[in-house]
Structure formats: C-alpha cells, structure tokens
Design a protein around this ligand. Structure first.
Ligand SMILES: Cc1cc2nc3c(=O)[nH]c(=O)nc-3n(C[C@H](O)[C@H](O)[C@H](O)COP(=O)(O)O)c2cc1C
Length: 346
C-alpha cells in the first residue's frame, strides 16, 4: 500500500516538474550584487582551484545538490542519477526527507546511493516538526543505513501551514534541535526549504550548536506555492512570495554566525556567477535543487551538462575576478545596489 508520505513525495516531484512554482515577484536579490571585474586578471584559468572543506569533507567546488527526494519508486532513479553525477564532479548531495523510509522500511532502497557515489558528501534529512516523533536512535539508524555524512534538519513552518496534511505544531522545536545536535552521530545542520533564515533564527541555531546553516532563501522554488496547488481551492497562494531573499539571508546569517559555523547559500541560485556572488557575500557552500531535478528528468546527459556548466561558470567567474581560490574570493570587494542595499541598511 502507498503511504500518504510516499504519495506526497510523488505529488511534489510532479508539481515541481510540470507547474510554475517559482517565486513570481520576489527575487534572490543576488542581481543587486555587482562584482569587481579584473580586466587584467593576471592569472590563468587553469590556476583557479575552488577546492573546499565543508563539514569535514573535501569538495572540488563549493557546490551541492540540495535535498530533493527519496521514498517513492520514482525517487530511486533520481537519487542514483544525481549521486553518480556528483561523484563524477566531486561535489555533494542532500537526500530528501527520510521520514518515508522510517515509516516504510521497504522503500529504504530508494535513498541508497553509496554504490554509485562512495566518496561524495551525503546529507540525510528530516523535518524539524518530525523530531518529536522519531528518537535520535531511529534517525541514527537511518543515517547509518544510507551512509550519510551529516543530517540536515529542515525548518519549513511556512510550507507546513499551507500543506493540506501539514504539521502545524512548531512549539519547542529549538530545544529538540539542541537535543539532536548532541545525540546524532554525524554533524547536524539546519536548512529552510526556500523561504529563508533570519539573523535571529541563525543566531538561535548557532547557540544550540548546529554545525552549519543552509539559508534556502526566497527567490527560487516557492514551497508554499507547491503545496497550495495540492489544495483543490488553491488555498495558500497568498503565501507564494513569503520569505527572506537569499542574498539578505546569507548576509544576516553571516552576521549571526560570526565565522563560528559554516554557511550554505541556496534558494533560487541558478548559475555559477550567482554561486560565486554568494561565496563573496559570506557563504562556504552553494546549494541548488529545482534545476537539478528538471535536468535529471530530461536525461542523464542534461544533468551532467547542468552541473558541469555550473562548476565551470564558478571557475570562470573566479578567474574574471583574478581570484585563484576560495580564500581570495572571500576577500573580494563588491558593490551592493538597490533593494538589497535598502534591506541591509535597515
Ligand atoms: C521535488 C523537490 C523535493 C524536495 N524535498 C525536500 C525534502 O524532502 N527536504 C528538504 O529539506 N528540502 C526539500 N526540497 C527543497 C530543496 O532542498 C530547496 O530547499 C528548495 O527547493 C529551494 O531551492 P531551489 O530554489 O534551488 O529549488 C525539495 C525540493 C524539490 C525540488
């Protein structure tokens, strides 16, 4: 029998691929960041090496595929393809919520990718609202069975309140996260799903000991929009534009974490230039979800091309700034214009 969770997983994939579920008016505001083109870079493109460490694992380029799926029969091939492409490029990957495999162990294999991706950084995933249902032992067991290097806890209050069968009780979530940070056998980090993380929340997460914050800001896929389509009445569309733009969220999170934790920039990041802008704003890693799913659905070749182009664009952008590595990028000056400037000045 197909569980409600498994059915929702399939709905989400179909809606993301077939419908327009992106933010319509709000953007990431990364377009307000202007970079300082070094017309004389004084380096060769081949000198650029963006190798980086994230949560104890080495990446060839600071890029990972954000959590997408697991838990339905169509998820298996998606995860296998993504993992294989990430292994080829030396980048990371997040699995979708592991709730489905905890509820129905018979579909656990849809999350297994270590056969095709033995070396990549692999993050497991669970919803903050589900922490009260599953003990740390259960989650440790699930993480171990997939060979995860970290656990991403998703904070998706905006999505859950719009979801027809959503969990709307977010009380005491922070203290639960604190408990899991201590009890989970791999590093724990927090992520939103596309509506952003503010200064105060990033600071609270740091204070309870999460090892990184993945902002998943507004401007890309709107999860309130995805779940509003699942209501026959269209309830929830009002919240389509809800959230903090990715560029704002990266800067606020950087100010809150003051260099003591790592930051992932994500939510609406669509190319390597935007990826490098995020690194310059303060991120250590860049995450992308929707375009990866869409490319994978076309063909494995399209998926490879998308990821290859993205990493090449990051290297080229770095070259055009005269930066050989991440350290040099972090020292780059930049100009902030328009709406982003207004937001950050308040
Ligand atoms: C089909 C699909 C399923 C997703 N499922 C999950 C999930 O299970 N857990 C999670 O934390 N995020 C999930 N996400 C959210 C992404 O990780 C990401 O936060 C969000 O889509 C914003 O990034 P984007 O604008 O690059 O798509 C999913 C995204 C997609 C496209």
């Amino acid at each position: 029998m197909v569980s409600q969770t498994e059915k929702r997983k399939v709905d989400h994939i179909k809606l993301c691929v077939e419908k327009d579920v992106a933010f319509k008016e709000k953007t990431t505001l990364l377009e307000c960041v202007e970079l300082d083109y070094k017309t004389l870079p004084e380096i060769a493109l081949d000198d650029v090496n963006l190798e980086t460490e994230f949560l104890g694992k080495t990446f060839s380029t600071p890029l990972m595929v954000s959590a997408i799926t697991g838990g339905s029969q169509i998820s298996k091939k998606i995860n296998q393809d993504i993992a294989k492409a990430c292994q080829e490029l030396g980048i990371g990957m997040g699995l979708g919520s592991m709730r489905a495999m905890i509820e129905s162990p018979s579909i656990a294999d849809t999350y297994y990718v270590r056969d095709v991706a033995p070396d990549i950084f692999l993050a497991g995933n669970i919803g903050a609202a589900q922490l009260r249902e599953y003990s740390p032992e259960i989650i440790n067991k699930a993480l171990e069975s997939v060979g995860a290097d970290a656990l991403a806890i998703h904070l998706n209050a905006a999505q859950e309140v719009v979801q027809p069968e959503g969990d709307t009780d977010f009380s005491n979530v922070l203290s639960k996260i604190a408990e899991y940070v201590d009890e989970i056998n791999v590093p724990v980090y927090a992520k939103e799903v596309g509506h952003g993380i503010s200064f105060d929340v990033a600071k609270a997460l740091k204070d309870v000991g999460v090892k990184a914050v993945d902002v998943q800001g507004a401007g890309g896929t709107s999860w309130t929009m995805v779940d509003s389509i699942r209501h026959k009445s269209g309830f929830g569309k009002t919240f389509r534009e809800w959230g903090i733009p990715t560029a704002v969220s990266v800067v606020e999170t950087k100010n809150a974490l003051v260099g003591e934790r790592q930051i992932l920039a994500s939510g609406g990041i669509r190319n390597g230039i935007e990826g490098i802008k995020s690194i310059i704003l303060g991120a250590d890693m860049v995450g992308v979800a929707m375009p990866i799913l869409k490319a994978q659905q076309k063909s494995y070749k399209s998926l490879q091309n998308y990821l290859h182009n993205f990493t090449s664009e990051m290297a080229i952008t770095s070259f055009l700034l005269g930066c050989k590595n991440i350290e040099e990028l972090k020292k780059q000056e930049y100009v902030v214009l328009g709406k982003l400037k207004e937001w950050l000045n308040q």
